[in-house]
Design a protein around this ligand. Structure first.
Ligand SMILES: NC(=O)c1ccc[n+]([C@@H]2O[C@H](COP(=O)([O-])OP(=O)(O)OC[C@H]3O[C@@H](n4cnc5c(N)ncnc54)[C@H](OP(=O)(O)O)[C@@H]3O)[C@@H](O)[C@H]2O)c1
Length: 268
């Protein structure tokens, strides 16, 4: 960030709370450690990486003598409440979640009980009658989840809109991440004939179409590349798809999740 010369205020910086620091007493310390590593005094968005806790540890992956990950017993709702507390220090401008199921998100919405604001409800008038008298729990500002044309999660995506939760698509290129063994023996999402066909019309690649598909839905897309030419090409993935293009891509859904460590994490 410093080398770029771009002022910190113009950079949107997100980091995540890892599973070994879910205990409420560890949350702010973990955030402090991230701020120190990043050389900044605040992040714009702080996410709970997974709902699943590991045992409290300095190790990122605490293991038992059989080399299995040691699960923890902190309830993610308590972790969330600690994140809400940490946010009040100003070290995180906004807080959110990552990799939550609908049931897990619902529990958070119901039980995360720190009151931040009161919902304005119509009709609006000159007095305070429009301020609801019932305090409402804060919703996560954003949910970062695996989302791409092979895992479209249409209903879940709509659900986020009804709750006012912004969606961030990770692994926007699906099985391009080389650590995803599940997608090894099939064609790459970015080479999918439907994406290639839609791209041809716009003079774009399948990868760029995958990004445009997320942007068309109002999502943030976070492609990763260490290759300069690809980083530049990915910035050109911000273009407009037609309704017809969107319908074609909708039909390419395979409901395929490539990143599912739940068994490893002992999370059911
Ligand atoms: N919240 C979570 O649990 C979670 C999980 C996974 C990922 N993420 C985040 O999501 C972001 C990206 O996800 P990801 O790395 O899994 O997947 P991705 O961005 O969908 O795919 C990355 C792979 O695609 C290649 N690639 C990038 N641009 C390309 C292009 N234009 N054409 C062809 N290949 C291209 C990259 O290769 P090169 O680098 O060799 O160019 C890399 O192998 C990261 O910021 C990551 O931190 C979050």
């Amino acid at each position: 960030m410093k080398q770029s010369g771009v002022p910190r205020s113009e950079i949107f910086l997100t980091t995540k709370l890892w599973n070994n620091s879910h205990h409420p007493d560890d949350v702010e310390k973990a955030l402090d450690a991230s701020l120190k590593n990043l050389g900044t005094d605040y992040v714009d968005l702080y996410l709970m990486h997974w709902p699943s806790p590991f045992a409290r540890s300095d190790e990122l992956f605490p293991r038992d003598d059989k080399e299995k990950i040691k699960p923890g017993d902190t309830d993610y709702v308590d972790t969330w409440k600690a994140m809400e507390k940490a946010q009040k220090t100003g070290k995180a401008k906004a807080i959110g979640i990552s990799n939550f199921s609908k049931a897990e998100l619902d529990r958070l919405l119901k039980e995360g009980n720190v009151v931040r604001f009161l919902h304005p409800t119509p009709p609006f008038s000159g007095n305070n009658n429009h301020i609801a008298k019932t305090p409402t729990p804060q919703v996560p500002a954003a949910h970062q989840m695996e989302l791409h044309p092979y895992l479209q999660q249409k209903d879940f995506v709509k659900y986020h809109a009804t709750k006012g939760i912004h969606v961030t698509q990770y692994s926007p290129f699906g099985n391009s991440n080389p650590i995803y063994s599940k997608g090894e023996n099939m064609g790459k999402l970015i080479d999918d004939p439907v994406l290639a066909d839609v791209g041809k019309k716009h003079g774009k690649t399948g990868a760029q179409v995958a990004l445009a598909w997320g942007i068309a839905q109002g999502h943030t897309v976070i492609p990763k590349s260490k290759t300069e030419s690809r980083i530049k090409a990915n910035l050109e993935g911000d273009f407009k798809l037609s309704d017809e293009d969107m319908d074609k891509i909708a039909a390419a859904d395979k409901k395929l999740r490539f990143n599912d460590p739940s068994e490893n994490f002992h999370w059911k």
